[in-house]
Ligand binder design. Structure first.
Ligand code: BGC
Length: 742
């Protein structure tokens, strides 16, 4: 029987197709095969690349991108600031915004607010959401979060960080990093390390003991790397042991790579590279910045002259540097690409959504801290209150634009006065008086908040107006603080003083005299002094809270939401109450600063020197009250391998639902090396209905008892007596339990 020709053709085509698809499968390059292990894909890609292609990957090609390998279909890397939302698109080689109309993001609260929430689940949600925004905008590296420790309240960038305590920052950074990375977007933890001031930030050499380095300044980075599995880290601008942090042998090679086994990519801060030799050998993988010399002038589009560009290439070509040194960097970069852009399973992200706005609001509501509420002025009693006067520039000022690289172009922003009006419109008459003039400019790199805050009246006229209006209302809510202009909470410079700027102190004192129902809301990313505190019954600490700032604040002021944040750093009365200032160890001389206060940073210094803070680390009030009882430990004698479980009951003894942040500090009464009086080693945020009791459990291991011994270069837990202190704040210890370590 003969087969008709048309069937023969079909059969032949079918066989050909099967064969060619089999053939295609078997010949698919390993680096493109998502089913192959990443390390195999890296080696395969590397083996196909020319030296020129490898060098290209090690440095920027534009302000925020670096090349892939176009010939092999390996995509470019696209970075974005970070850390509070996705930065607007900028021009290829200029900081100015590119003028896109589809890049307005949701701004999340500043990281100080996140830290003040003390809520690890909220940190995970934050990371996941901001990662979704980055993913949708096709960025594969988010430049953040920052975890530089709060050493001085003058640091202009404290608002981008997570406070003064290494344990708190470490616990909060891990879920943030994991959340971002669940989108196939790398978190780039910054600024590693010792970037604790903006004054002389590009050159300052930090002298710090090994003990302070390991106990205070590194733990949050270590947690981000070893527990959060961060895929990227950004070197800081300054120097340590006279080497810039971006190519620092001790920080990057000895500690990050050798001790913590970091397998991600090290990215320089923008313009943080200064030396080809060190950039080649000391652990840096990717160089970013502006022109050849970093932040200032130079040839435009001179990316090929970067330290890790032509100079590096020439050294490889003339045999001065082994190609394997280059390969090591490219492996790290390819690992980043395979983990992010070439992960075919990663989600698609989402951008500017109502869901993200709601999450942003929730974070803000969890981070606002009630500091004083003596006359129970808050929550505002809506039955009794007919008229409210809101005073102060920060009540109307949009804060998402400004602050430096974290500045955001937002889809919308609700300032506090608008939030209050939204909430109270039909119930209470709300009026406004400016009170003071701060910073009227709302522009950054071509992004404008479009607000006209110009004001011609004198200080006296503004105070007089506010006081006259204050005399005839039930409650006055002053909303002031700092802002994100240079010299306040802003990158590139530090604050000059702990005081509130722009005559705000005089204004608050005057208001307190005419109306004793005064609520002061301080918006800042730093502590401020409060010389008027005795005259003001109610004080609230709020933060740069992003898109939904005003609605979140209104919810707290009216009691729709019970405040539950606690301070992530100490508020002191005077600058000299901080170790760095008392010891004259800030901002340093001749580009050198010595951290003379050593491990005694934040509350550790207050404890050592017996300084009563204005408001302590870990402190914050609620509209309800909590009782602590039944503190118990599962054992009182531990071996080094044992972990200790401590439990206690927390009861909401007030009339409204609320949340308490229970803190566990370890006290070591006797040790070979001096130790802080107490160190935070555990915390839990517990939500309780009115009248409800819950048991809180902490499990701590040997690490909680350990200190870093610089001689032995290891963590030591000395046998002997320890105490676990349970507190509602660092200066409010409610119960203690003793245990012995064998
Ligand atoms: C900042 C970084 C930022 C980078 C890119 C630098 O000036 O220190 O935090 O990510 O610029 O904008």
């Amino acid at each position: 029987m003969s087969i008709p020709i048309k069937y023969l053709t079909v059969i032949t085509v079918f066989i050909f197709c099967c064969y060619s698809s089999l053939y295609a499968q078997s010949t698919k390059p390993i680096y493109l095969d998502a089913n192959k292990p990443i390390e195999e894909r890296i080696e395969d890609a590397l083996s196909r690349m020319t030296v020129e292609e490898k060098i290209a990957m090690c440095h920027a090609q534009s302000k925020f991108s670096s090349p892939g390998v176009p010939r092999l279909g390996i995509p470019e890397n696209w970075m974005t600031d970070g850390p509070h939302g996705i930065r607007t698109e900028v021009l290829w080689d200029e900081w100015k915004q590119a003028g896109w109309t589809n890049d307005s993001c949701i701004a999340f609260p500043a990281l100080t607010c996140l830290a003040a929430s003390w809520n690890k689940e909220i940190a995970a949600l934050y990371g996941k959401s901001v990662g979704e925004e980055a993913r949708y905008r096709k960025k594969n590296v988010l430049l953040g979060p920052g975890v530089n420790i709060y050493r001085t309240p003058l640091n202009g960038r404290n608002f981008e960080y997570m406070g003064e305590d290494p344990y708190l920052a470490g616990q909060m950074v891990v879920p943030y990093v994991k959340g971002v990375q669940s989108n196939g977007v790398a978190a780039c933890v910054k600024h590693y390390a010792l970037n604790n001031q903006e004054t002389s930030r590009m050159e300052i050499n930090v002298k710090v003991s090994d003990r302070a380095l390991y106990e205070i300044y590194l733990p949050a980075y270590k947690a981000a790397v070893t527990e959060g599995n961060a895929w990227a880290i950004m070197g800081a601008y300054g120097k340590y042991r006279q080497q810039h942090a971006c190519h620092n042998q001790y920080l990057l090679q000895d500690i990050l790579r050798d001790e913590w086994h970091f397998d991600g990519v090290v990215i320089s801060d923008w313009g943080g590279v200064h030396n080809t030799e060190q950039a080649i050998y000391n652990g840096l993988d990717m160089e970013f910045g502006t022109w050849t010399n970093g932040m200032t002038g130079g040839k435009s589009s001179a990316y090929n002259d970067y330290y890790l560009a032509r100079p590096f290439y020439e050294k490889i070509k003339n045999g001065e540097v082994e190609e394997e040194v280059l390969n090591e960097k490219v492996r790290n970069i390819l690992r980043l690409v395979f983990r992010t852009n070439m992960d075919t399973d990663r989600p698609w992200g989402s951008f500017g959504t109502p869901e993200h706005a709601a999450i942003s609001r929730k974070i803000a509501e969890e981070g606002i801290v009630l500091l004083k509420n003596e006359k129970d002025l808050l929550p505002i009693d809506l039955d009794k209150t007919k008229k409210i006067l809101v005073v102060g520039e920060n009540a109307i000022k949009m804060m998402c634009v400004g602050g430096g690289s974290s500045s955001l172009k937002v889809k919308y922003e609700v300032p506090p006065f608008e939030g209050l009006k939204n909430r109270l419109e039909n119930e209470v008459e709300v009026s406004y008086a400016r009170g003071y003039v701060g910073h009227v400019d709302g522009n950054f790199d071509g992004v404008s908040s479009s607000q006209d805050l110009a004001e011609d009246r004198s200080e006296k006229e503004l105070i007089d107006e506010a006081c006259t209006m204050a005399g005839s209302v039930d409650i006055v809510i002053f909303i002031g603080g700092l802002n994100k202009s240079r010299g306040q909470d802003c990158e590139g410079a530090d604050r000059k003083s702990l005081d509130l700027p722009y005559a705000q102190n005089r204004l608050i004192e005057a208001l307190a005299k005419v109306n004793s129902n005064l609520v002061v809301v301080n918006i800042s990313g730093n502590a401020v002094s409060m010389p008027w505190l005795d005259e003001v019954p109610t004080v609230m600490q709020s933060w740069y809270n992003g898109t939904e700032a005003g609605n979140a604040l209104a919810a707290i002021l009216t009691g729709d939401v019970n405040p539950s944040g606690k301070l992530p750093f100490t508020f002191n009365n005077n600058l000299n109450d901080y170790g760095a200032h008392f010891l004259n160890a800030y901002p340093g001389n001749d580009n050198e600063v010595e951290y003379k206060e050593d491990i005694y940073v934040g509350y550790r210094w207050n404890d050592k020197e017996n300084i009563k803070p204005l408001f302590a680390f870990g402190y914050g009030l609620s509209y309800t009250t909590f009782e602590y009882s039944n503190l118990m430990a599962n054992k009182t004698n531990l071996s080094k391998e044992d972990s200790l479980t401590i439990s206690l009951d927390i009861t909401n003894s007030g009339k409204v639902d609320g949340a308490e942040i229970v803190q566990l500090y370890i006290h070591d009464p006797e040790s070979n090396l001096p130790r802080p009086e107490k160190e935070l080693k555990g915390f839990e945020k517990v939500f309780l209905k009115s009248g409800e009791t819950k048991t809180v459990q902490f499990t701590i291991d040997n690490a909680a008892q350990s200190y870093f011994d610089p001689e032995k270069h290891e963590w030591i837990a000395e046998p002997g007596r320890f105490e676990a202190w349970i507190g509602a704040a660092s200066d409010d210890v409610r119960a203690k339990i003793k245990f012995d370590l064998d």
